[in-house]
Design a protein around this ligand. Structure first.
Ligand SMILES: NC(=O)c1ccc[n+]([C@@H]2O[C@H](COP(=O)([O-])OP(=O)(O)OC[C@H]3O[C@@H](n4cnc5c(N)ncnc54)[C@H](OP(=O)(O)O)[C@@H]3O)[C@@H](O)[C@H]2O)c1
Length: 341
């Protein structure tokens, strides 16, 4: 898929971006010509490059380059786009409480960042083939600033197809990536390890869960199949956060504390609205492809079948408890191994 492509990964030092970089370097989806890692913090870039060298050998320096830059800054985005074929846009502010406290920061990163990428691509003399935006269920009927900013990121990406028909702009959208930086599961596991109570904000809360591997596969699937303006959603299951806390506490005898719903937090999440599901198509049972409302440059769109789903909320799509237990045991082992190294 990515054979001989030059790929810009914004936010490549984050949980998703670094796993994506490793996956692209493994060659399972073709051998990219160049991967450009783009983010602000030089220490994180240094550690990522070191870990890539350790894993893939010193020769990766010919294929991976890092660039310090800020997606809020148009000039630094223009420089990063030089000779790029494909953009995978992972850079974001993603913590709900931070965006509630500093909404202008979420606007600057999550909205103006993608706007800079789109404007820069429009002004390039050569074509970028694809831009993939990574979105979240929090962008659906959003109540938080973070969710609202990601909803606008999605809309900007869809609308860009109208002005820049030579580039395909698409979105992927999913729920909580298990174990991602700052998410609830590593927090719970660290609390258990330290012998502290597990803190759950609301006992009723449910969340869609996705593994890091599934999140990356969704990006590859979207790259392979999504026509311009489409949003790709993996058909994932949800869990009650309290059930996860109980499963972890039952092995350790640790208590669970309910701390109260935070600003901007929903009790249940929605992966696609009813009106989006009216436009949902499918190639197989694992993903939904939501067609854009806006007309796009979809002249050669393949004929997908209509998807068979009327609502998609986390309250209705709970994972079976035994499966959840198995997934948690696998995750816990991996997490503890990573902590020990
Ligand atoms: N994690 C989840 O559960 C989840 C679920 C659904 C969707 N997503 C989406 O997936 C994407 C990646 O999430 P993640 O979990 O990998 O996040 P993360 O671990 O917090 O990583 C964020 C990345 O973005 C970079 N970044 C932040 N602000 C930037 C800026 N202004 N300019 C350039 N780079 C910037 C960060 O590096 P520096 O700070 O060094 O710049 C870091 O590399 C985000 O778009 C997120 O909304 C995540």
């Amino acid at each position: 898929m990515f054979e001989n492509k030059s790929i810009l990964i914004t936010g490549a030092t984050g949980t998703l971006g670094s796993a994506l970089t490793r996956s692209l370097l493994s060659g399972a989806h073709g051998s990219p010509k160049k991967l450009l890692i783009f983010s602000r913090d030089e220490a994180k870039q240094f550690h990522l490059m070191q870990s890539l060298e350790k894993r893939f050998g010193g020769s990766i320096n010919a294929r991976v380059a890092s660039r310090i830059g800020d997606i809020r800054n148009y000039d630094s985005v223009v420089k990063a786009l030089k000779s790029i074929d494909t953009v995978i846009h992972c850079a974001a502010l993603k913590q709900v409480p931070n965006s509630e406290r500093f909404p202008e920061e979420a606007i600057a990163t999550n909205i103006m960042g993608i706007n800079n990428i789109i404007n820069a691509i429009q002004n390039l003399s050569y074509p970028v083939d694809t831009v993939i935006g990574i979105s979240t269920d929090k962008a659906v009927e959003p109540v938080s600033v973070m969710g609202m900013s990601k909803a606008l990121q999605e809309k900007l990406i869809i609308a860009a197809n109208q002005d820049i028909p030579r580039t395909r702009f698409i979105n992927v959208r999913y729920g909580n990536v298990l174990g991602s930086r700052g998410s609830f599961l590593p927090t719970f596991l660290s609390q258990v390890k330290a012998g502290l109570p597990i803190t759950v904000t609301n006992a009723q809360m449910t969340r869609f869960l996705i593994t890091l591997d599934q999140a990356i596969e969704t990006i590859f699937y979207a790259y392979r199949h999504a026509p311009p303006g489409y949003t790709v959603i993996p058909r994932i299951k949800a869990a009650r956060i309290m059930d996860i806390a109980n499963l972890l506490a039952s092995n350790s005898g640790i208590e669970i504390l309910e701390t109260g719903t935070r600003h901007g937090e929903k009790i249940h999440e929605t992966l696609a609205t009813a009106s989006e599901l009216c436009r949902a198509e499918a190639i197989d049972t694992n993903y939904l492809l939501i067609a854009p409302e806006l007309a796009t440059n979809t002249t050669e769109k393949p004929c997908f079948k209509k998807a068979d789903i009327e609502s998609y909320t986390s309250a209705e799509h709970l994972e079976n408890r035994d499966t959840l237990r198995i997934k948690l045991i696998e995750f816990e082992k991996k997490f503890i191994t990573e902590l020990e190294h």
